[in-house]
Design a protein around this ligand. Structure first.
Ligand code: PMP
Length: 440
């Protein structure tokens, strides 16, 4: 048992042995309340038999059939389910195995679209600073997390980045939220004009920023203005809902709440809820038609796309969400969890901000609440929160701040959609203990 090499070569972890609702049990029988869904993945907890049964049934029928040769029923049914509920004119689904693959597909579709319609000079991608879109090279290139990009820079395609919409740190005191949203969205307009609109293919952003900022929603009006700017310049709009989508914010697609629909939309984590690896890129009819009527072939593909067992699992997940009215529970429990966090940390000297939507909440930790000064990254406050929380039997998702001080250490909470008030009490109690010890 000493040959696995994952991200942190020096770390050793407990062994996950069993799932029990919102809890994971390790091989010693210790229970961990999963308050982050891993990384916003496990939206149904860890023992939903309606999902595991559906996967087993599918494995007994046909476990795998390459999509270069066959279609399959769960893939078709899942695509119908997703499109029937999708915003705007999203009309087709391209299934892959995870979030990074979904982003790669979206970027290449955007590029191919412009080739198909006779605008080959459009190739540039604009994204935002302090963003994360995955770790494969294309996704890393559009991501704006300098720490993740630094050592791989020579391998990355050239992309440019505008400011994220991050009102806690960037809104001026004399500015309304709306005015701030318009100002920061207009950075995109300026960037497109500077590059020359005829060279820009797409803009990509997360409607609610997960990993890099810690559950930061756009202010009202921001995404609508982004949509207008993209339309004005003929630029495609990609929403990355890999983390915030699939019900996490209380809406199946997070952008519904913002009243803005993209041309391409990526989803992954909550789609399969961790029961199977799956992601997808939803595509507007405009893009599909251009490829269909043009070369007829999207020049891309992966071996496991549209995997029958993965699609059967994801379809079962989505049905459970509807049958059990879980989006309602996300909104109700989300409001309760936020209120409980505000009660516990609302006056905490080291908590600068509590934010988010639905069961997608962030707590930003600062050295000083009034000045919003971040902790020195060398203190590794986030790592201390994680270690103490795990010791207490709580999974949360703490992340370090940025070196330039634009974001402090923060903790992301994304518990399963099935949590109740007792779980909320346990989460806030244990998180409070972990934070108090980490900032001491
Ligand atoms: N986009 C966003 C917004 C994400 O949060 C993530 C994963 N944290 C990804 C893309 C990449 O997904 P994956 O890890 O499944 O490749």
């Amino acid at each position: 048992m000493n040959h696995v090499f994952h991200r942190n070569a020096r770390a050793s972890y407990p062994v996950a042995a069993k799932g029990d609702g919102v809890y994971i049990l390790d091989s010693e029988g210790k229970r961990y309340l999963d308050a982050s869904g891993g990384a916003a993945v496990s939206c149904l907890g860890h023992s939903e038999t309606r999902v595991t049964d559906a996967i087993k049934r599918q494995l007994d029928e046909i476990p795998f059939a390459h999509t270069g040769f066959f279609s399959n029923d769960p893939m078709e049914a899942l695509a119908d389910h997703l499109i029937a509920r999708a915003p705007g004119d999203l009309d087709r689904v391209y299934f892959v195995s995870g979030g990074s693959e979904a982003i790669e597909a979206a970027l290449k579709m955007a590029r191919q679209y412009f080739m198909e319609i006779g605008q080959p000079e459009r190739h540039k991608i604009i994204a935002r600073r302090q963003s994360y879109h995955g770790n494969t090279l294309g996704a890393l290139a559009v991501g704006g997390n300098e720490w993740r990009r630094e050592q791989f820079k020579p391998l990355l395609i050239d992309t440019s980045h505008v400011s994220p919409c991050f009102a806690y740190r960037d809104r001026r005191d004399d500015e309304s939220e709306e005015a701030y949203g318009q100002r920061v969205a207009d950075e995109l307009d300026a960037a497109i004009r500077e590059h020359g609109p005829e060279t820009v293919a797409a803009f990509v952003c997360e409607p609610v920023v997960g990993a890099t900022l810690g559950a930061v929603p756009a202010v009202p009006g921001y995404l609508k203005r982004i949509r207008e700017i993209c339309d004005e310049h003929g630029v495609l709009l990609i929403f990355d809902e890999v983390m915030c989508g699939m019900g996490r914010t209380g809406y199946l697609y997070a952008c519904e709440e913002d009243g803005a629909a993209p041309d391409l939309l990526t989803i992954a984590k909550g789609l399969g809820a961790g029961y199977q690896p799956i992601g997808a890129t939803l595509v507007s009819s405009k893009i599909f038609d251009a490829i269909h009527d043009g070369s007829g072939f999207f020049q891309h593909g992966h071996t496991y796309m549209g995997h029958p067992a993965a699609c059967a699992g994801a379809l079962a997940v989505q049905k459970v969400i509807e049958e059990d009215n879980l989006l309602e529970n996300v909104r109700a429990m989300g409001a309760k969890l936020k209120a409980a966090l505000e009660e516990r940390f609302g006056n905490h000297h080291h908590v600068g901000d509590i934010r988010g939507r639905g069961l997608f909440l962030g707590v930003e930790l600062v050295e000083d609440r009034a000045s919003k000064k971040c902790f020195d990254p060398a203190r590794k406050v986030h790592a201390k929160v994680k270690a103490k929380a795990m010791e207490l039997g709580l999974m949360c998702y703490p992340m370090g701040g940025t070196i330039d001080g634009r974001v402090g250490d923060h903790v992301l909470l994304a518990p399963p959609f099935i949590i109740d008030e007792n779980h909320i009490e346990e989460i806030v109690g244990k998180l409070g203990e972990a934070i108090d010890e980490a900032v001491r």
